[in-house]
Design a protein around this ligand. Structure first.
Ligand code: ACO
Length: 274
């Protein structure tokens, strides 16, 4: 637990939260540093199989802190601005390639810079009541720090352009329809839904989860032939980390007939239970 970031670990899940509720969890340089330290501390812990990123209070994150991240940092000059950029880009990048699957649990406001960690998380679930917006245009900047890229990665061109130019809010349901999140549920069901998804992920082979999440992020930018080649090599690399997993998966289906891969996951003892 730090000043700006909160965490509880339970049953294999690290429940990390933005923790500046009185500032609607906007990201100041201290939060960006503390979040990076926390992610690093959790990444290879055996008792953490899935990381969930939520927000304390009414917000998920109201984006970058206009006072501390912009005004006060800009007053210190170019070097300070670049450093502040690298600190937030750094933890968003770390999330994108995190060792464990990550889930954004968007409980409330999500603006601008919040789209960086939103995209950093592999999956995203929102409260229907949550509000999303690229509000940069409303106060006079372009959607930088990756936000424009996130919008075009996740939404159609027309929706991304409208969202960025108009600076209007959309609710969780529309965010799901537009592809910003996987699903929206009423706020009171959000944690239960996310816990259910996390529990399903924890049943799966962790080496395979990491190989799969990286594959889905990487192949989108590859030609078909490059993707085909990358995926062969990625599977071979995964086999060298865990050669027993897929053999066991085949054995339980073909020999033991104890499960069907089309209907569920083979039985394995999760690392976090040790
Ligand atoms: N930067 C700095 N301070 C912020 C931010 C922010 N992004 N968001 C909220 N705060 C502060 C407010 O200044 C206020 O501080 P104070 O108590 O010292 O006056 C406090 O958090 C509470 O905010 P309110 O505006 O009073 O809360 P309310 O619930 O009425 O509104 C809302 C919430 C809609 C999120 C509003 O705070 C807001 O519009 N915030 C800015 C959202 C935004 O556009 N973020 C930047 C996106 S662009 C980017 O990230 C690059």
């Amino acid at each position: 637990m730090t000043k700006t970031v909160a965490v509880d670990v339970a049953d294999g899940v690290a429940w990390v939260r933005f923790n500046r509720p009185d500032k609607r969890n906007c990201m100041n340089p201290a939060l960006n540093r503390e979040m990076m330290e926390l992610l690093a501390a959790l990444e290879f812990r055996a008792d953490v199989g899935v990381l969930v990123l939520g927000g304390e209070g009414a917000a998920w994150s109201a984006g970058m802190d206009l006072k501390e991240f912009f005004r006060e940092t800009e007053a210190l000059g170019l070097g300070a601005m670049r450093q502040a950029d690298q600190e937030c880009f750094g933890w968003w990048r770390r999330l994108r390639w995190y060792q464990k699957p990550t889930i954004a649990m968007v409980n409330g406001w999500c603006f601008g810079g919040g789209y960086g960690p939103l995209f950093g998380c592999d999956l995203a679930f929102a409260a229907e009541e949550a509000q999303f917006g690229l509000s940069e245009i409303n106060w006079g900047i372009l959607p930088g720090g990756g936000a424009a890229k996130v919008a075009t990665e996740l939404m159609s061109f027309r929706r991304a352009m409208y969202h960025a130019l108009m600076g209007e809010r959309i609710d969780g349901r529309t965010a799901a329809e537009w592809g910003l999140v996987n699903e929206a549920v009423p706020l009171e069901q959000l944690k239960t839904r996310v816990a259910g998804v996390a529990a399903r992920l924890l049943e799966k082979n962790p080496v395979t989860l990491k190989a799969t999440k990286d594959a889905i992020r990487r192949v989108g930018e590859m030609t078909y032939d490059n993707a085909e080649d990358y995926l062969v090599r990625a599977q071979e690399a995964a086999n060298s980390f865990d050669d027993q997993g897929r053999r066991e998966g085949i054995r339980q289906f073909i020999d033991e007939k104890s499960y069907k891969p089309g209907l569920g996951t083979y039985a394995r003892r999760p690392a976090y239970a040790d």
